[in-house]
Design a protein around this ligand. Structure first.
Ligand SMILES: [Zn+2]
Length: 148
């Protein structure tokens, strides 16, 4: 089921991403393709805003075509670090999307933030392959669902 991005981003004012950010985001999505495939996710759709408390968020319920909101103001880092910052945010939000496909409810359930961030970091540091990330998330989901 393909939903329009607007359904998930109603509550955010759109913002224009500066060209470097736009370019880095799309380059990152290309280099994250193997992770995306390991997680069996469709290509995320990106929505830019200035209107977000954190730097990025995954829109709960959009797992079929994951919608990721990026806060333009959070990515005004020097270009050298921009790629790293964007990539780790995208990975983190993709892991939330994957947990949702495992049945962990994103609406009224707090995903285990620290564990998600830890996995995202290890993937970005090249310590884990996409398949290993998926396995770790499967275990995490199993545990979370057993606790319900
Ligand atoms: Zn998170």
């Amino acid at each position: 089921m393909k939903e329009p991005v607007e359904l998930f981003t109603d509550c955010y004012l759109p913002a224009k991403a500066f060209p470097t950010l736009r370019r880095v985001v799309y380059a990152s999505l290309v280099s994250l393709c193997s992770l995306r495939k390991a997680l069996r996710l469709n290509r995320p759709r990106i929505f830019f805003t200035n209107d977000l408390a954190g730097c990025a968020c995954y829109c709960a319920g959009s797992m079929d075509w994951p919608v990721i909101v990026l806060n333009v103001n959070s990515f005004r880092a020097p270009e050298l670090y921009l790629r790293q910052a964007v990539e780790s945010s995208l990975v983190h939000e993709m892991l939330h999307a994957y947990l949702e496909t495992c049945g962990v409810d994103c609406y009224d359930y707090e995903h285990p933030e620290d564990e998600v961030e830890n996995l995202a970091r290890r993937y970005c540091d090249g310590l884990l392959a996409g398949e290993e990330v998926a396995e770790a998330l499967d275990k995490m989901a199993e545990k979370e669902l057993a606790e319900d």
